[in-house]
Design a protein around this ligand. Structure first.
Ligand code: KG4
Ligand code: ZN
Length: 356
């Protein structure tokens, strides 16, 4: 006989990570990820067709490994969950097809998950021992919350009234913050993905030496924009390269200023959102760029100064992973967002432009 919370087997193939996890409630029993970074590095970015082939080649192994690590057989899984958007169409497709086939073959209901809901709820994950940042008691008092999602393709502020009750307050009008990190990394010949290298270099730099604009500093809404900063970086780098200075004399300071511009742009909008919605009790952050500890801490400081709770995912769960998809699936399950019949399961299709 089964005891405790439901077990969910979750898949994410939205971009360049083939990832599978087993969760029980919001407890993560196992998470396995095959990163394709090395396959894409030589192209300077994710090549969807290469990613698709790699997903196809590895998903079976990653799935078996996730079950093995969770000490769980497929028969013991109650639900299958899968990211169906947003993401790269032909890559999402691999996970969706694999999950649909499993669901049909083993007669398991299927839970479709929005990848951004995964990032939003990533700080709710508990480890396999049931420990995490948000206790069950706390969870009852976190709403209304504000989600700030900062990833490679998205930069958005979400008003969270409760699970499944989301309203987008602002988003990027052009590039996402992560994209700007990667593009600046590329300008500096850091390879792909450049974002983490920019963050590392910034730690050795001094603030205030190089002047860069703060995106949307004076805008009156909650939107973001990073293409102007990107262009400013391009010009600044050109000028610096034409100067008598050697690159090692300015590159750290440059990265430090860039990180500060992104940090300030996020802080300004976070503060504005909290000002506009004083009833918000909690800020939930997620997404790959939150891996930058300076950004993570700066956002936390502003949040706590306003007497709000601040929650963020474990370092290993800030980028794409299936554990967060399992956690989001658990809350979808609680709201009965479940595909049960074969025809409903069959009709699930990837939705690359899915939005919260
Ligand atoms: O959330 P994520 O893994 O994937 C998307 O859903 O997009 O975010 C990936 C983004 C990339 O742009 C990557 O450069 C950025 O997160 N990133 C970082 C760091 N680690 C990953 N950016 C700044 N500092 C980091 N340490
Ligand atoms: Zn993501």
């Amino acid at each position: 006989m089964k005891t405790g919370e439901v077990k969910i087997l979750a898949f994410d193939t939205s971009c360049d990570e083939t990832s599978v996890a087993v969760v029980q409630g919001r407890k993560v029993l196992s998470k396995v990820r095959f990163s394709q970074v090395n396959l894409h590095a030589q192209w300077g970015g994710v090549v969807p067709a290469i990613a698709r082939r790699a997903h196809q080649e590895t998903i079976g192994t990653v799935y078996e490994e996730a079950l093995r690590k969770a000490k769980c057989q497929i028969d013991e899984v109650d639900y299958i969950a899968v990211t169906y958007g947003p993401g790269l169409a032909i890559d999402l497709e691999v996970g969706v097809e694999f999950a649909k086939n499993l669901a049909l073959r083993y007669s398991k209901p299927l839970i479709p998950v929005n990848h951004m809901e995964g990032h939003l709820l990533s700080s709710l994950a508990l480890n396999s021992k049931g420990n995490g940042f948000i206790s069950e008691a706390k969870l009852k008092t976190i709403f209304p919350a504000l989600g700030l999602l900062v990833s490679g393709k998205h930069t958005e502020l979400i008003y969270v009234k409760g699970f499944g009750e989301y309203k987008k307050l602002g988003q990027t009008l052009d590039d996402a913050a992560g994209e700007a990190f990667d593009k600046v990394g590329r300008m500096l010949n850091f390879g792909y993905p450049g974002g983490p290298v920019v963050s590392e270099f910034a730690k050795r730099g001094t603030l205030g030496v190089i002047d860069l604009p703060i995106p949307m500093e004076k805008s009156k809404d909650l939107n973001f924009s990073y293409s102007g900063l990107k262009t400013a970086c391009l010009y600044k780098i050109k000028v610096l390269r034409e100067s008598r200075l050697s690159e090692k004399d300015w590159v750290y300071d440059f990265c430090r200023s860039f990180v500060e511009s992104v940090t300030q742009s996020l802080l300004i909008k976070l503060e504005m959102a909290l000002e506009m919605h004083p009833e918000i009790k909690t800020v939930l952050v997620g997404g790959g760029v939150i891996a930058n500890e300076h950004i993570l801490r700066a956002l936390g400081k502003v949040t706590k100064l306003r007497n709000k709770d601040y929650f963020y995912p474990l370092a290993e769960d800030r980028g794409d992973n299936a554990a967060m998809i399992g956690v989001a699936a658990y809350y979808n399950f609680k709201q009965n967002i479940i595909l049960k019949s074969d025809s409903d399961i069959n009709s699930l299709e990837r939705n690359p432009r899915l939005s919260l």
